[in-house]
Design a protein around this ligand. Sequence first.
Ligand SMILES: [Zn+2]
Length: 475
Amino acid sequence: MPRTPPAKPWEPVSSSIAQWTSFSRLCEIWWTRSAGIGAIDAARRNRFNALVRFAREQSPFYRHAWRGLPHHELEPRELPVVNKRALMANFDDWVTDPQVSLEGVTAFVADREHIGERYLDRYVVWKSSGTTGEPGLFVQDGEALATFDALMAVHMDPVRFAALHSWDVLARGGRAALVAATGEHFASIASWQRASQSNPLMTARGFSILDPLPKLVRELNGYQPAFLASYPTMLALLADEQEAGRLKIRPVRLWSGGECLAPDAAAAIERAFGCALTNEYGASECMSIAYGCREGWLHVNADWVMLEPVDSDFNPTAPGTASHSVLLTNLANRVQPIIRYNLGDSVIVKPEPCACGNPLPAIQVEGRRDDVLSMRAADGKLVRLLPLALTTIVEEAAQVHRFQVAQAAPDRLVLRFDLDRDHHRQAAFRAAAAALRGYLKRQSLPNVHVELDKRGPLADRRSGKLRQVVCECRP
Ligand SMILES: [Zn+2]
């Protein structure tokens, strides 16, 4: 069962080096961005060329993929598109440090004691939550982590923020709460642990999304965090609890990531807690892709990330139109180069400048949106279940990534697996159903039936898209 990882002692030497790297990166970002969009584009271009040169020299996978291409500097569109399946199948040839191997990384993440620690004493490892149906393992080097930290700091504008809120923050002991799928090697938990280890004034505590809501509310009331971070669906549930008066916290800043956040949902969450919400668009492949602005758009960190919205043939889509997918290049990480990687999200680029004044390109993301399920308990009360909690339980228990959890009735869940063999499907169902029943019992829902649907996952009738958690009935 996932649990809150133990707090690690603060390491003054390595932390101050990391902070210095992050601080110099912060200055660099300020300089580039204050010089305008021309300087940002030039920085991106230079970093792209340097990354391509490096990958060609150090990554056998890319060297082979680009063997027919000329050796002078190339336009991004001249390089082939890569995907998670091909990269994971060639993991040992993809990475640029020969000491990093699929076997080694797999063994490292299998041991939960290693959460928040460094693989080979120098790399942070993130496991993708399998939202695209393919599991992935992502290794980040020190430079990449310093860049992500600096990008977060630039956005949070720490000087102004501290001046405005220092009393409130101090009054709450600098306490930060992360409500996430704890006990796993997800990007959010790994980076959160890193942040709390490097800052002696900040105490951070992880809370599990798998816990029943009343328990979470009780624990958060006791903890009284100054900062609260979670997935948008979880923040929306907590906002309802705050409005109902059961949750009584006064955070000074909220952070959301890991799922798409609709502007109206963001506004409702801010209203309930009476403070600003920072929305981050990121992925295990690149933790910080874009940040939300007050106009409801996401501004791409275009000096450190290259995003190419494309149609189904990987041709560029025009601003103002929804793309089929988006190609991601992470310019900060060298150990495992992500270059023109098919991320799968649909993106719309804002054709005109954003009214907020930020010169960075503005986008909206139509990622996969799973349903929050409202299940009816035996006493008639409705209990809401988070899609990320349900998918984490099924993935962990059944070790599968291509499946669907559907609510067929107020008290009935059906599971669909993308597995060819019947005995594999039966085994996956037995494992997943046992874990789900335990979870449902803890959520006061022992009356809910869990059944197997022998069909594979079904695409949405209207959009044609496949969603992992879907409500197919009226509560
Ligand atoms: Zn804006």
